[in-house]
Design a protein around this ligand. Structure first.
Ligand code: PMP
Ligand code: GLN
Length: 383
């Protein structure tokens, strides 16, 4: 008889899988797991089909097909005025999740400390644990979910190897500013600390706010893995294509891991996305308006309910406070909401090491068509 001692004792099935499964079971409107209920552009889909039909079906180069890495470099220059060498600084990955895992494993050794900010996206800590690192959780401030500089500077020590930031932030929708980047730089500049900047929602910011990419801060960039995902940008989360931009030395270590996690990413998808980047650079520029309209429509429905809206500066997630409706814990409330109202959401406490005891907040995904949002609004108003 063999015994299996789990390497991830804190991990079960992710909250996204749990809530989506319950949504299916109870035929609820699924505003839990973050994915659009509308499709990517016809042009993008046609180009991927074209590349499948015309033989782009074998392994892609390990670091990505050159037309795509060049298009990413061009996009980054257009958006952030940042010159990136596509050969040595860009690696295409199988989603941002793979990029985060590879970046953590490229640099974190046993005993290293890695700082994350709670509520933290769920894939950071398991990657750190598997690398033998210690995940140090720092809560974002209450109530506006910004960085707590005092707690951060107290947490930094000689064992700190890596800090993971995420802006626009999932699940809270808060954003980091250019001043924050400078402040972060001042905190780490005299230490041997690296950065992962999870920027998968880089194109989804509202109210004319610019995205403060780490690509715009040269000193920080020299220590950073900057990660994005085409799943979010092109409404194709199921395609799992992302990328990591990092200086040459970091990219070299990153690729040592990437090549043994997956070696390379789906070839026809990469060619199709490269075509989309070339043909429709305006797509990303239109995303803020596209999603701001959805945010505002959804907010107008929530205003007619007993939920309280929290600010949302970016991403396609809306936090709401349900303390006016129920005393249940957020997890139990989400299960109740699926069964009683037919709407699925995500409890926010699962993204904390120590959830604030009286916090009654859940997350809705508003990347949905008008009819879905209207029906969800109608159901929530009945509570
Ligand atoms: N980081 C954040 C903050 C996310 O929300 C997500 C996915 N929703 C990812 C990373 C992973 O992206 P991908 O689906 O490309 O793996
Ligand atoms: N990132 C998506 C979300 O936050 C979920 C992705 C997943 O299911 N792992 O909802």
């Amino acid at each position: 008889m063999t015994t299996i001692e789990t390497k991830l004792p804190k991990v079960g099935t992710t909250i996204f899988t749990q809530m989506s499964a319950l949504a299916v079971e109870y035929d609820a409107i699924n505003l839990s797991q973050g994915f659009p209920d509308f499709d990517g552009a016809d042009y993008l889909k046609q180009r991927v089909c074209h590349h499948i039909q015309t033989g782009a079906n074998q392994y892609a180069p390990m670091s990505g097909v050159p037309v795509l890495t060049q298009a990413i470099a061009q996009k980054s220059f257009n958006l952030y005025q940042k010159q990136i060498d596509p050969v040595n600084e860009i690696t295409v990955t199988s989603g941002a999740t793979e990029a985060i895992f590879a970046a953590v494993h490229a640099v974190v050794k046993a005993g290293d400390e890695v700082i994350v900010f709670d509520p933290a996206y769920d894939c950071y800590e398991p990657a750190i644990d598997l690398a033998g690192g210690y995940c140090i959780h720092i809560p974002l401030t209450d109530p506006d979910f910004s960085l707590d500089w005092d707690l951060l500077s107290q947490a930094i020590n000689d064992k700190t190897r890596l800090i993971i930031i995420n802006s626009p932030h999932n699940p809270t929708g808060s954003i980091i500013t250019r001043d924050d980047l400078e402040r972060l730089w001042q905190l780490i500049k005299n230490r041997d600390i690296l950065l992962i900047s999870d920027e998968v929602y880089e194109h989804i910011l509202f109210d004319q706010q610019p995205h403060a990419s780490v690509l715009t801060h040269q000193s920080l960039y020299e220590r950073s893995f900057v990660i994005s995902s085409f799943g979010k940008t092109y409404h194709v989360t199921g395609w799992k294509v992302g990328y990591c931009v990092a200086p040459k030395a970091l990219t070299s270590e990153f690729r040592k891991v990437h090549q043994y996690i997956t070696f390379s990413t789906s070839t026809p998808m990469q060619f199709g996305i490269a075509d989309m980047l070339h043909a429709h650079p305006e797509h990303a520029q239109q995303l803020p308006d596209f999603y701001q309209q959805k945010r505002d429509v959804f907010a107008s429905y929530i205003e007619k309910t007993h939920f309280k809206l929290l600010p949302c500066a970016g991403t396609y997630f809306q936090l709401v406070d349900y303390s006016g409706i129920s005393e249940l814990s957020d997890f139990d409330f989400c299960v109740w909401l699926i069964k009683e109202a037919g709407v699925a959401a995500i409890p926010v406490s699962v993204f904390y090491q120590n959830p604030p005891p009286n916090q009654k907040i859940i997350r809705f995904c508003f990347a949905k068509g008008e009819d879905t949002l209207a029906e969800a609004g109608r159901r929530l108003a009945s509570l």
